[in-house]
Design a protein around this ligand. Structure first.
Ligand SMILES: C[S@@+](CC[C@H](N)C(=O)[O-])C[C@H]1O[C@@H](n2cnc3c(N)ncnc32)[C@H](O)[C@@H]1O
Length: 279
């Protein structure tokens, strides 16, 4: 692939999804776009780049972006954030929210839905504390194919073996041939929709809890800062933001700060300042 073609595709990925790809990842372009080249009868990535220059081929640009996303996910990934949500965040927010407004939870790079459904199962397990309180869970992602999978709530044997305790599998899923389907009650607790994290998320409203895990790692510093600023604006003053284990806010935004002794959990900086002033 020549340098000019590489620049066309890498610029497209950065502009439309935030993904940064260096020439050392050329093999990724080659493997993930191989199916598209074959279907479109294109001889190589240079031919694809030529087509992508033409705005009439926007649908192809979208397909390139989607093919280049890394969608790996699993239930209760890394355990700790989910334990914190269950044992700290949820009880605290249930006490703090006395009005009729729903408690809102956002899985902001939801992929095939395991994160959002893990949160829904936890909320269901905490039903005694939740009572009649309304809780909304929104799962968003840029990748339409993953969102379709998430909406179907259907997972392979391999996927349910990753992270999902067996008693939860038996309680919340039914087996359908080689697949496992999450039950309708849990499925109905989550709404999935397409959303690009590079857009100002004001339109989605405020959230009490945001899980935005294992996606910032693919962005450059300025994109990370921009996304974190958007997220901080949508986080309730006393809300909680969860990032992936290899992600941080440090050096990227002054609007969020890590919670003491809680790896991967962040709160709004202005709230902490106010609490210190009241103390
Ligand atoms: C590795 S998965 C993480 C899934 C889940 N959060 C987890 O930790 O298991 C990253 C997801 O981010 C999505 N993604 C990448 N860029 C995005 C963007 N600009 N806006 C929204 N989603 C994006 C990808 O499509 C992918 O599904």
């Amino acid at each position: 692939m020549n340098q000019n073609s590489f620049e066309i595709i890498s610029a497209l990925l950065k502009r439309q999804s935030g993904l940064i790809i260096g020439r050392d990842k050329l093999y990724l372009l080659e493997t993930r776009l191989a199916g598209m080249l074959k279907r479109e009868k294109l001889r190589d990535l240079n031919a694809l780049a030529d087509l992508l220059r033409n705005p009439a081929n926007d649908h192809m640009a979208r397909e390139v972006v989607e093919a280049m996303t890394t969608n790996e996910s699993f239930f209760f990934r890394d355990d700790k954030p989910f334990l914190h949500f269950r044992n700290q965040a949820l009880p605290k927010l249930l006490v703090a929210r006395t009005g009729a407004a729903p408690l809102r939870v956002w899985s902001a790079a939801a992929s095939s839905g395991q994160e959002a459904y893990s949160l829904a199962m936890i909320i269901n397990e905490c039903q005694a504390a939740v009572g009649s309180r309304k809780i909304e869970i929104l799962g968003t992602d840029i990748a339409r194919e993953q969102l379709a999978r998430a909406k179907s709530g259907t997972y392979s044997q391999f996927e349910v073996q990753r992270g999902l305790p067996v008693q939860m599998l038996l309680k919340y899923f039914t087996r359908d041939d080689q697949q496992w389907k999450i039950n309708d009650q849990i499925r109905s607790m989550v709404e999935f929709r397409e959303w690009n994290l590079l857009s100002d998320s004001a339109a989605l409203g405020k959230f009490d809890v945001i899980f935005c895990r294992n996606v910032l790692i693919y962005f450059d510093q300025s994109t990370k800062s921009r996304v974190l600023d958007f997220l901080s604006k949508q986080l309730a003053p006393d809300g909680f933001l969860y990032l992936g284990g290899a992600e941080t806010v440090l050096g990227l935004t002054d609007k969020l700060i890590p919670m003491e002794k809680e790896r991967g959990v962040y709160v709004r900086a202005d709230q902490v300042v106010q609490e210190k002033m009241r103390a």
